[in-house]
Design a protein around this ligand. Structure first.
Ligand SMILES: Cc1ncc(COP(=O)(O)O)c(C=O)c1O
Length: 390
């Protein structure tokens, strides 16, 4: 009876958490300036209470020796992927990493030779653009197209752009910055093209826990079919969903043995071990924080709708619906403002310039913050646009 009557815990996403003078990358950029920072992708929320408690207990233990991924954590991930996506993996397929950006770089280092091609779609999260170049790979960029107010692959152009030297496709799903959750059909088409041209798919799924549209399930690329699983390296983490990016803990799932070996070889001596606190936090986040996660998604849906309504009202700005992530990709091309980020910084809002994502004329807005702060920022943006255009 007690359990049935048990009330759902209430989580507070409304009360602002002071992040000034806490060594926050996001907030320190505008130190001593009245600019609301809505740029780099972390949220202005505390981590789930269960995670904070587990970290306190781990810290109280006081020994911080070299730590490998606990087998229990591997098992938690195996069970989680099965329960959430019906995706059956084995714990040996897991390779723990201090971050997904490390994963993207290791993949570019491990596969092919100098001068080979790596393909991705643009706009995209900037490390996708930088990683191939770090290892003297050539980057082939295929633009996503906006059709019917939805960002989509241009599969014809994508396939035509493939060369005999294209070894890797870097996929972002859900997509940062356009907020798409790719459908099974889209993923199957992409996987078929990669199969035909013998291309390895590196599928960055860091945002998979941030699906806002309830009717659009996340489908891990590797879960499509066994053949696709063999050519896919999946990158995941608790970090975005549970707001733990500063703890540096992520993992790759690599089914195919040779691919796994190549990745481990490319990591050797360069990629450090994951820190002990990252493992502790990830395990608790995956195992014990589903109520917090559900409450977070509800809150983010409200923020997403607030942003969409506000942007629709601003002259010359538009955005396609955000299906996942806490990031809005705002089209400012019609406004013809030469320096969009400086324009909004002058108005007191810090956004990220689309140029960094290979999307000139756009800005990215991070709505992972208390609604009152978001509303204040949107009011500042609206006032600046009205001043300029009305
Ligand atoms: C698509 C994508 N991949 C990777 C990252 C960062 O991953 P990490 O902090 O684990 O290196 C981000 C952060 O915004 C992201 O959006």
């Amino acid at each position: 009876m007690d359990t049935i009557m048990e009330k759902k815990q209430v989580f507070d996403f409304d009360s602002p958490v002071e992040r000034r003078a806490t060594a926050s990358l996001k907030w320190d950029k505008y130190k001593n300036r009245d600019v609301i920072p809505l740029w780099v992708a972390d949220m202005d929320f505390q981590a789930p209470p269960a995670v904070i408690k587990a970290l306190q207990q781990r810290a109280a233990y006081g020994v911080f020796g070299y730590t490998i991924a606990p087998q229990e954590l591997n098992e938690v991930v195996v069970v989680m992927l099965k329960n959430l996506y019906g995706w059956e993996i084995e714990s040996e397929w897991l390779v723990w990493l201090p971050g997904l950006v490390t994963g993207l770089n290791v993949v570019c280092r491990a596969l092919g030779e100098e001068g080979d091609d790596v393909m991705t779609t643009v706009p995209v999260y900037p490390p996708f653009l930088a990683a191939p170049k770090h290892f003297r790979r050539n980057l082939i960029k295929v633009p996503l197209i906006e059709k019917n107010n939805r960002w989509q692959f241009d599969f014809d152009r994508l396939e035509q752009s493939i060369t005999a030297n294209t070894r890797v496709f870097l996929l972002c799903n859900p997509h940062n910055p356009v907020g798409r959750v790719y459908t099974r059909n889209e993923l199957e088409t992409l996987a078929a093209i990669c199969k035909k041209h013998d291309i390895v798919i590196c599928s960055d799924e860091i945002h998979c826990g941030l699906i806002l549209d309830k009717d659009k399930p996340h489908i891990p690329t590797a879960s499509l079919d066994p053949e696709t699983a063999k050519r896919t390296i999946t990158l995941m983490a608790a970090s975005k969903t549970f707001n733990l990016p500063g703890l540096g803990c992520a993992f790759a799932v690599i089914d195919e043995k040779n691919l796994r070996r190549k990745i481990k070889e490319a990591m050797a001596g360069i990629v450090p071990m994951v820190n002990a606190l990252g493992y502790t936090a990830s395990r608790v986040a995956f195992e014990d924080c589903s109520d917090w996660h559900e409450a977070l998604l509800d809150y983010l849906r409200g923020n997403r709708d607030t942003v969409q309504v506000a942007i629709n009202r601003m002259p010359y700005l538009s955005m396609a619906p955000v299906e996942a992530t806490y990031l809005a990709w705002i089209d400012m091309r019609a406004a013809e403002i030469k320096h969009p980020t400086a324009f909004f910084e002058d108005a007191g809002v810090g956004l990220q310039n689309g140029i960094e994502f290979d999307g000139p004329g756009f800005v990215r807005l991070n709505f992972g913050c208390p609604r009152s702060l978001l509303e204040k920022a949107l009011q500042r943006m609206a006032a600046a646009m009205e001043d300029r255009f009305m």
